[in-house]
Design a protein around this ligand. Sequence first.
Ligand SMILES: NC(=O)c1ccc[n+]([C@@H]2O[C@H](COP(=O)([O-])OP(=O)(O)OC[C@H]3O[C@@H](n4cnc5c(N)ncnc54)[C@H](O)[C@@H]3O)[C@@H](O)[C@H]2O)c1
Length: 257
Amino acid sequence: MISLCGIVLVLRRVSVISLCGIVRSVCQRFARDGASVVVADISEDSANETLGILSHDLQGQEHAALCVDVSSRQSVEQLITLIQLQYFHPPCVCVSSAGITLDEFLLKLEEEAFDRVLRVNLKGSFLLTQAVSRALVASGSSKGVIINVGSIVGKVGNLGQANYAASKAGVEGLTKSAAKELGRFGIRCNTVLPGFIATPMTAKVPKRVLDKFEGMVPLGRLGEPADVADVCSFLASDESRYITGASIEVTGGLFMG
Ligand SMILES: NC(=O)c1ccc[n+]([C@@H]2O[C@H](COP(=O)([O-])OP(=O)(O)OC[C@H]3O[C@@H](n4cnc5c(N)ncnc54)[C@H](O)[C@@H]3O)[C@@H](O)[C@H]2O)c1
């Protein structure tokens, strides 16, 4: 009960999130924790769909769905401006989890497929981290939380995912650097590293490959979006007040270091 209060206090303000699979679950968890949640995604339909399933149990909770292309500085800045106009303060928690895959073996990987994945996964995390932190610092807020969604693949690599693995390794380096710079402003920055989580993204992976990975997971199953959402909730809460610059693996033990 006490830790729930902690979470509510931290999250009653605004959280910016982009969506689906893992993210939809994060939005649901934060809404249950008492946050006002802004669901931001390049797909307006997906953002609105997520908005439609969020609970409003606490008085004063006000959720919103907005469109953003995280790879565009202009779009990200517009998003933060719109949030500040609507809520009169910047988001105090930002979960950056927009991500794409364009898988191909290295020998065949087109430069454009490399650039696109880096633009969304890595540059998008940079633009969001920078825009939210700037807004928090400018507002004089003494507290903020950035959670960037990386991947265990950024640590260990994966066949056919040189672009994706590079982008996610970059997200970890970006987040650790941000943690070093932003600690003095009370902004904590951490990365979560999901393993194989059953979502629309992994639905594209051939079943025999998923079965193979599932067989390698010490906890004996693929992850569920809620497994990641629970860790995000912890990182957004005051329970994790002394944690910054960390990368938390949510993999069921797969590829543990
Ligand atoms: N599913 C897994 O097993 C797994 C494992 C490790 C890491 N991840 C990471 O978790 C995050 C969420 O993945 P998911 O499985 O829920 O996938 P998902 O495809 O369901 O969600 C990704 C979301 O990002 C949005 N998006 C794509 N490009 C965008 C852009 N330019 N601007 C704004 N939004 C954009 C998509 O519309 C989609 O809603 C991703 O960053 C992914 O790389 C997933």
